[in-house]
Design a protein around this ligand. Structure first.
Ligand code: SF4
Ligand code: SF4
Length: 420
């Protein structure tokens, strides 16, 4: 069997094509992409149920290109506008960026023709993510050799009941030193009376409860708002980094504040398992007088601490905070989002920081299983069960209000533009 045929079988193309036929009944459809994969699919599967108006590809721009391709009328990309099409079916394997371009150019909804089948949420959001961070580290940081044998062993341990947290953010404070217009977590929209701060006593209880229930936390992030506003942040670091089950601690700062002596001392003590993540907003000239990156990096370098500082950082666009329900079914949206930033606000675990902020702002009411309260859940067995079912959810109510996928189609922007 050819590689292409094998691939189509692996992605269960026949089943998916049936779904497309039902979904696109009576709609005018254009295929985009006349490569070998489409040829193989067209020759081996039944496309009759689709109302295919034509096929387009850059290669049809050539003046010698055929008028028909497998009996389908061919079109140059610049002719798509005239065709009055309802949907473009993208016939390439990696469709994400092409989808973005086509939607932007023609304002027509796109659907992948060769979509990989869904992976169950627990496998995707926990096991696979766990293996990913084992191999690559977080943020491409601290990659280490992780052999296929180790991967098999880990999967076996999961079968025997292991549960790891690949990555979790503890939001120490929603207060921040900046007011970024496109803050992906909508921190500037948190009103003074809504601010959420975790005290060190609460943090200890929450972390203890969590650690009793899980095998490991691979990456624990101390984040905000701006976590360096928490003057005793060294106590949070000390407590988290001293736990054997916590493999790496991150402090994520926007670079507007320096580390105090207490923090420097504690960071020095745990330098083998700490990374300071300094968000680099220096591309934005309006922050020239506010950022203390150089002094902060000097502190970090002098103490020989591990850090992460992305050169030439640009940002993804974030639409203004949406408060209207945009969809009922969240399964596909959640899967496509593939956000793994599980976040703790006020002791409650949310699927992502946005879900926490939407709750703080009363935009939605999380269902019972969509949050886990670490302040009150002291029974490790019950907490484990809750975590397993949390990580197995195929969607979350917060995703009904989220614009993350639309925003990803936007061009990259200057980081940390401030609200005037
Ligand atoms: S620095 Fe900007 S992006 Fe980061 S939390 Fe503050 S407002 Fe949001
Ligand atoms: S709320 Fe948005 S960012 Fe969070 S998981 Fe859902 S889709 Fe992803």
């Amino acid at each position: 069997m050819s590689e292409m045929k094998k691939y189509l079988k692996t992605i269960k193309f026949e089943k998916y094509l049936d779904l497309l036929v039902t979904k696109l009944y009576g709609k005018r459809v254009l295929i985009y992409g006349a490569g070998l994969l489409f040829e193989t699919a067209f020759k081996n599967y039944n496309f009759k149920g689709l109302n295919i108006i034509g096929i387009s590809d850059k290669k049809f721009e050539d003046k010698n290109s055929p008028e028909k391709f497998y009996d389908i009328k061919t079109y140059k990309p610049n002719e798509i506008d005239k065709l009055n099409i309802d949907y473009i079916l993208i016939a390439v394997k990696d469709y994400t960026s092409l989808s973005k371009i086509l939607r932007k150019n023609y304002n027509i909804e796109t659907i992948p023709l060769f979509k990989k089948p869904s992976i169950p949420a627990f496998k995707r959001c926990n096991i696979q993510h766990n293996i990913f961070v084992e191999r690559n580290g977080l943020h491409g940081k601290k990659p280490k050799h992780f052999s296929d044998f180790q991967e098999k062993l880990l999967k076996l341990q999961y079968k025997l009941g292991r549960l790891d947290i690949p990555q979790i953010e503890f939001n120490l404070t929603t207060r921040c030193t900046l007011k970024c217009k496109h803050c992906s977590n909508f921190i500037p929209q948190v009103k003074p009376e809504e601010h959420c701060i975790i005290s060190i006593e609460e943090f200890k209880i929450q972390l203890d409860n969590l650690l009793k229930a899980v095998s490991e936390i691979k990456n624990l992030l101390l984040i905000g708002g701006e976590p360096l506003l928490v003057r005793n942040i060294h106590e949070y670091l000390e407590y988290a980094a001293s736990k054997k089950k916590v493999k790496r601690v991150w402090i994520v700062t926007n670079g507007t504040l320096l580390m105090n002596d207490n923090l420097l001392n504690t960071a020095n003590k745990y330098k083998n398992k700490l990374t300071i993540w300094v968000s680099n907003y220096s591309k934005n000239p309006e922050l020239d007088t506010i950022l203390k990156h150089n002094e902060l990096l000097k502190q970090i370098n002098d103490a020989k601490l591990d850090y992460d500082y992305v050169q030439d950082l640009t940002w993804g666009y974030t639409s203004p905070l949406n408060t209207e329900k945009l969809r009922d079914d969240t399964k596909q949206y959640f899967e496509d989002c593939s956000n793994h930033c599980v976040a703790v606000f006020g002791g409650k675990i949310y699927v992502c920081p946005r879900a926490g902020i939407f709750d703080i702002k009363n935009i939605y009411k999380p269902e019972k299983d969509e949050i886990i309260n670490l302040n009150t859940e002291t029974n490790p067995n019950i907490l484990r069960k809750k975590l397993k079912s949390f990580y197995s959810r195929e969607g979350f109510s917060a995703c009904k209000y989220c614009t993350v996928l639309k925003d990803r189609e936007h061009d990259r922007i200057l980081p940390a533009q401030q609200i005037k």
